[in-house]
Design a protein around this ligand. Sequence first.
Ligand code: PRX
Length: 632
Amino acid sequence: MENIEKVHLVVEEKFYPPKEMLEECIVKDYESMYKKSIENPDEFWSEIASELYWFKKWDKILEWNFPYGKWFINGKTNITYNCLDRHVKNGKRNKVAYIYVDEEGNEKKYTYGELLEIVNKLANGLKSLGVSKGDRVSIYMPNTVEAIASMLACARIGAIHSVVFAGFSEGALKLRIDDAKAKVVITATYTKRRGKKIPLLPVVKDAVKGLDFVKNIVVWDRDSDLDEGEFDSFLVDFKKLIDNSSSECQPEIMDSEDPLFILYTSGTTGKPKGVLHTTGGYMVNTYLTTKTVFNIKEDTIYWCTADIGWITGHSYIVYGPLANATTSVIMEGVPVYPHPGIWWEYVQKYRVNVFYTAPTAIRMLMRFGEEIPARYDLSSLKILGSVGEPINPEAWLWYYKNIGREKAVVVDTWWQTETGAHMITTLPCYPAKPGKAGKPLFGVEPAIVDKEGKPLPPNTVGHLVIKRPWPSMLRTCWGEPERYEKYWKEIPGNVYSAGDLASIDEDGYIMILGRSDDVLSVAGHRIGNAEVESAIVEHPAVAEAAVIGKPNEIKGESIKAFVILKAGFIPSDKLIEEIKETVREVLGAIAVPDEIEFVDKLPKTRSGKIMRRVLRAKELGQELGDISTLED
Ligand code: PRX
């Protein structure tokens, strides 16, 4: 296929789980459980969903009205009841839900009982501000339990949360608040990163300017920096809102298909899409995947290093672990500050059993050498997870040897914001192949096909599609159903097109090679080429821009931009810096190009579409491929 440019090193060796792992696996027989989920989905999902609490059980498992799916029809539940009340009622009031740590070693533990109380108080606080079922609340918060409580408080009362990663700029935040028409924005005075305080409140204040539908900013004044006089009917004190509210809050009765949250993610065209997830199916599948992939037991200590601003945080810091009554570590900060052994120090300190991170972080930590992790006792680790981008076998092996000490199993989980939960992964009960994600999870029926939807033979690269609906699938794109329908109409055969390239081997292991569309993956973050391009042209000197991804040893991809200046402007280093600054303002630091090159022309098709593929091939010194549609 034309898009495949990289030759991937493939390690065919299989890595078997150790005996102790096999003995304690929740799923021992993957094949038969998978078979049941495919052949008898009603019974399968009914059994799993029955492990959770419903105010009223469903009448039917699935209603599939292509391409719209509804799951657990007429079921009534509340995800916070399953994540909190259920455990408190089952004698786990004093079990630790989260161990929060920061870069300075400060620690704070929250039990299930305490978390329920905070959530209820905050939920009542939101109600007192006029937030009710179906209203949207934007959350722009540091990676803390206060952020998690904010999400849960929304879910408690049926408000739809829209978390925006606190590394996004004012422009990106504004766009998301505006698109969701959020009634309230919850934020904090700052977040901590590399020992510095990064202000958040000023960003929110600027972002909501002119957005009259925003009725309140609720701010968590972390160090009581704000003057009493700064709070008014618009700016509300998070701590006071909690202190002044009752700790009793009946959970809103939610239909299975009532929206739970919106999370924005990049697509191939300019504006990010608001991926919408609903209550029942998302709850059931995040519960099941957390339990089976991470083998969650009563005493498991679990740590997912993601940020709540991304889907990994939603599903595998918040909802999945809480639904399983897990004890999780959550950290605010970066993996290399105050020293590049900080993660391993915390693994040792808290005796972490399951550790879940991204390949980009592993590759970065690899650079500091294996002597860093060697200083720590990592013997508690049993499962090492990977997510967000393909993990190259070198990084896989390093992770397995130096962190897992050849005793922990590696699970490489493929999924997306849209899928809500893990879709393809190795499970701890069967052997892993470095660089290959593994086999489909329960109820997931993938295929590798060509553009026409024809299945391809093993070991051939093609488009990854999913052939049937699954419980945690996105239901729509907020306000843009046509963008939702596109996922199911991209490739013939009524299949969901993931936008990824993949191949499958004779053993049924799927290898993900990367995106097939114009979406970049920079340090595991998904960024649309078009998004960066439109940010660049906001600089007054720029006439046109094209952005490509270049292979990067640590970040997976780095961003290179080709820029045509308007007449009268002369290329300079100063201009490069200014353009970078523009992107930082419009989108945030994660989208700033590493390289900017000024050019006079861009390769285009006769219909005027920029051929990024040609730019990329030229940049990487590769064959240009088919250029018959090139205009010039
Ligand atoms: O390209 C795939 C890559 O990340 C994309 C989804 O990005 P996002 O919605 O931001 O969610 C990331 C966290 C789930 C996918 O289309 N991706 C995700 N996990 C893997 C992966 N690529 C290869 N291997 C993975 N394990």
